[in-house]
Design a protein around this ligand. Sequence first.
Ligand SMILES: [Zn+2]
Length: 230
Amino acid sequence: MFNYYFDPTMVLVIIGMALAAFASFGVQMTFNKYKDVRNMRGLTAAQAARQILDANGLQNIRIEHVAGNLTDHYSPNEAVIRLSDSTYNSDSVAAIGVAAHECGHAVQHKVGYVPIKIRNSIIPAVNLGNTLSMPLFLIGLILGIGPLAMAGALLFGFVLLFQVVTLPTEINASRRALKTLDERQMLMGDELAGAKKVLTAAAMTYVAAVISTALQFLRLLLLANRRNNR
Ligand SMILES: [Zn+2]
């Protein structure tokens, strides 16, 4: 038990953390690159979002300003899209891309996009897994009760499942965003290519999150299994 934190399997966690940090750095770099490229039509991200929502019959969804850097999100329960300091008033192709992505989530909810339904349906299990997995796992290891440690490890699987289901949701929101920006000619040519790079970099953070969580899951399984075989 005492060498739990210095276990060789810790390498898996470190690889995951490095991937996540790398992806996060990538999105910040890409956003910085395109945050100064203004769109020809002079739309702000908030204006672009309003147009996209209205075009999809989502007049009921409000657009608000939220503090922070890239804290943009869509809140389905409140029917509000919040755009951050770095996007709300910006007319950069990066900001328009991010705003259109959030609109993509709103449209997903409206059309009943299946991965979102799956994600919502597993949330209670995910919360249970999140709350119980580590305590059960650690108690199992400390007291030497193999099956308990394994149960804790397996419960962490729900956290991984959540990340896996989140991935298509995020990629689809970006796809919808780029399609709309193109079709409505809100961004053109290089502008669209810039927005695509920003959204692709953002998608990589979700890919990194899945890999990182999968590596953590693997680590817990390995440790619990070793305990079982002792
Ligand atoms: Zn998203």
